[in-house]
Write a protein that binds this ligand. Structure first.
Ligand SMILES: [Zn+2]
Length: 82
């Protein structure tokens, strides 16, 4: 099931040019306890609906972008370059 991602640097591109980088979530601070780090690393929301994700444009500008994708329909909002 393909879809397209609008890369801020390259424009609208096929998803197969990108590598999935996982859910976008808030990283714990350097002095957070081990349980918070474990939760950050191993647990995902896997939402059915709108979901923030990281994608790496491997076949293009080689930048990480954060997008919002509806996991039920694969509709993607505008990409945000980080
Ligand atoms: Zn790009």
């Amino acid at each position: 099931m393909g879809f397209q991602i609008n890369c801020p640097n390259c424009g609208l591109r096929d998803v197969y040019e990108f590598k999935f980088g996982g859910e976008a979530k808030e990283r714990p601070g350097p002095d957070a306890d081990i349980r918070r780090w474990r939760h950050y690393i191993y647990f995902n929301k896997n939402a059915n609906g709108l979901h923030e994700e990281w994608w790496y444009h491997t076949a293009g500008c080689q930048s990480w972008i954060k997008i919002t994708r509806d996991t039920a329909t694969n509709r993607v909002s505008e990409g945000e370059n980080i």
